[in-house]
Each structure stands twice: as C-alpha cells, then as structure tokens.
Design a protein around this ligand. Structure first.
Ligand code: SAH
Length: 345
C-alpha cells in the first residue's frame, strides 16, 4: 500500500481502482507514507509557511435547507443573527492588528446581503486594507453579483461543491438545490478571475468511496486554487442527527491524497478537523495542509453560527488565541505567517 502512496507522489494521479485501495486502506504504513510525501510536496511549493485567515461569520440566516447543516432554514431552534457592515469592518480592524492579511466573509444565504450591501462593504474593506486579500463564502449567487463583488475588490471565493455525484448531492440537499447550479457558480467564479475554492465533507451520510473519487475527478476538471475538506459532524437539530460522523483517519488520508494530486493548492486544516480530535489540526498540517482559519467573529455571535455540534470557537481556534495557535503551528514544525498567502498556481 506504501507503493501506491509513492506512485501518487511521483505521478500526481492514480487509476480509480488504485484510489479506491488507497482511500480505503487501514494500513498505517500507507498513512505514514502519505504524511511524508504530502509534507515534502507542500514544502516544495510553500516551504514551512502556514497562512492564517480571519474568518468572519457574517450571518446565520439562510434560505437553504441543506440536510446536514445546523443553520438550515427548517431548524427553527437555530438562533439567527446578522452583522452590520460596521460590525464587519470592526472585525477586520481587530484582525488586521492581530496580523491577519486575509479576511474571509462567510455566511448562510442571507437575502438581506444584496449587492447594494456587499459591494460598498467590500469596496470599503479594500480601501482600508489594500494589502489584504478578501475572500467571500456567501453561497450561490448570480454571475452578475459575483462580477460586481469582484470589481469591488474581492479576490477569492469559497464554495464547496459538497458532492460531485448527482445521486449523493440530491440525498444531502432539498430538491430545489442542484449540482448543476453549484457547478455553474464555481465555473462562473473561476472565469471572473476569483481564486476559487471547492470541497466536500468527509464521511457525509450515504457517501461511498466512489462518491469521493467523483469529487476528486471533478476537482481535477475544475482545478480550484483552494480545497476545503473536513469531516461531517452531525448536528442534533437536523435530519442527520443520528448519522455517524466522518473519521479522523479518512480525513487525513484524503488530505494527503489531495496534496499529492493538487500540489500547489491552498489546503486548510479545518475547524471541523480540530473539532473531532484535539490534535486534528496539527495532524492536518503534517499531512499537507497549509492554511488555518481562526474565528474572528464577535464573541457574542460565535455560538450562533452553529453548523454542527461542538463546533470549536474558543482557545486556539479564536483569533484572540492567536499566540496559542502560533505556538501550536510551530510545535508541529511550521511557521504561521502574516501574508496574503495567495495560491502559487
Ligand atoms: N452558505 C455558504 C457557507 C456554508 S457553511 C455556502 O453555501 O458555501 C461552510 C461549509 O460548512 C459548507 O460548505 C459545508 O461543507 C460545511 N458544513 C455544513 N454543515 C456541516 C456539518 N454538519 N458537518 C461538517 N461540515 C458542515
């Protein structure tokens, strides 16, 4: 099995049958080989750098009803909030002082964030912080909206494709949401010049190894600059409350495989990975991850952006815990840097 990891390292790809074996293996020497090769490849392109992104969760209102997500519209127990443009600008100010040079504005699909709201906000962040990257993660919008926000100064957009198989996509989402629409958004974003991020949850309900291979093949076609993957973690107020969550082992194997298939991609060690294991994030960094996104939202609202149970938002996960996070990153053998951290593709 070690041989397959080595082959992926030297060729950057494997056949579907080989990928199945590598994804499903429980051979510890394969996991170790993936760590070794993934780390070597990330060091070639990014050295020991870990880029920090200040994550600002701008709204927990959402028009969508994704079956896995704690802020889905049907979850009437979810507490809703939305930040004002001034509150968002304050978060950027705090983040800038802490050393962040990328701000990520993420939220549910809150219809009150029309272009009339987002465009002046993005332009103001751009004006105040010309040396920072602005990343958006606001879900599916029209090509025209994406274009206006890009023109206002946004640089990057994160929109996980969630599942590249129609069959799985439709089991995770209500009928109104389609894979075609998700893909259309991703191709629009790419064409408009955004550094674009795709991705999926590991161990989502009903997900098979074949579905994961479809995700990898789709991303080979899209060629995203960023790939976000993290374990599925059940939320108690969703239809998937009693489903099993994604495992640490599978998530780490996939991170290693992704680093080898997409050598230059920006790959975060996600909050969900840190949530399922105390050392999850460090293990992610050692398996090819080169991005961490601490929470920069005002502490009063943090608990309300409740995507899944026990979501981390304090300690090294929070922007105020940045020193602790920097130490964790150093202890893992890397250096947290205050840079925009653009993709080298
Ligand atoms: N509205 C935005 C942001 C969604 S939240 C959008 O549509 O892109 C960001 C990501 O959290 C989602 O893409 C999803 O993959 C992940 N997520 C949602 N619920 C989750 C859960 N229960 N476990 C793990 N990750 C989850």
């Amino acid at each position: 099995m070690k041989k397959l990891a080595e082959k992926l390292y030297t060729h950057g790809d494997l056949s579907d049958e080989e990928l199945v074996r590598l994804i499903e293996t429980d051979d510890p020497s394969a996991a170790q080989a993936l760590v070794t090769y993934a780390d070597a490849v990330r060091r070639v392109h990014y050295g020991d750098k870990v880029f920090l992104r200040g994550l600002i969760e701008i709204s927990s209102y959402c028009r969508n009803d994704c079956l896995y997500c704690g802020i889905r519209r049907s979850n009437l127990t979810a507490e809703r909030y939305r930040l004002t443009p001034d509150e968002i600008l304050d978060c950027c100010g705090i983040g800038y002082e802490l050393g962040f040079r990328t701000f990520v504005l993420q939220g549910g699909e809150d219809m009150s964030f029309t272009d009339d709201v987002t465009v002046p906000l993005i332009a103001e962040i751009r004006r105040r912080y010309p040396d920072c990257a602005i990343t958006l993660s606001l879900g599916e919008r029209s090509r025209e909206s994406y274009r206006l926000m890009k023109e206002a100064g946004a640089d990057r957009y994160l929109l996980r494709h969630e599942a590249a198989s129609h069959e799985l996509y439709s089991r995770l989402h209500p009928d109104k949401m389609t894979l075609e629409s998700r893909k259309r958004c991703l191709y629009d974003l790419r064409e408009l010049g955004y550094q674009t991020g795709a991705g999926f949850m590991v161990g989502a309900p009903f997900q098979t190894t074949e579905h994961i291979i479809a995700d990898l093949r789709f991303m080979q076609e899209l060629r995203p600059h960023m790939i976000g993957i993290g374990p599925f973690v059940p939320h108690h107020c969703t239809p998937f409350a009693d489903m099993k969550g994604g495992t640490l082992g599978l998530t780490l194997r996939l991170l290693g495989i992704i680093r080898l298939m997409f050598p230059k991609v920006l790959l975060p060690a996600t909050t969900a990975l840190g949530t399922i294991a105390p050392n999850g994030r460090e293990l992610g960094l050692k398996t090819g991850c080169n991005v961490v996104m601490p929470n920069l939202s005002p502490s009063a609202v943090r608990k309300k952006y409740d995507l899944y149970d026990n979501k981390l938002s304090v300690g090294a996960e929070a922007a105020e815990g940045l020193e602790a996070l920097r130490r964790q990153i150093s202890a893992a053998g890397y250096t947290a840097v205050s840079e925009r951290g653009d993709c080298v593709i």
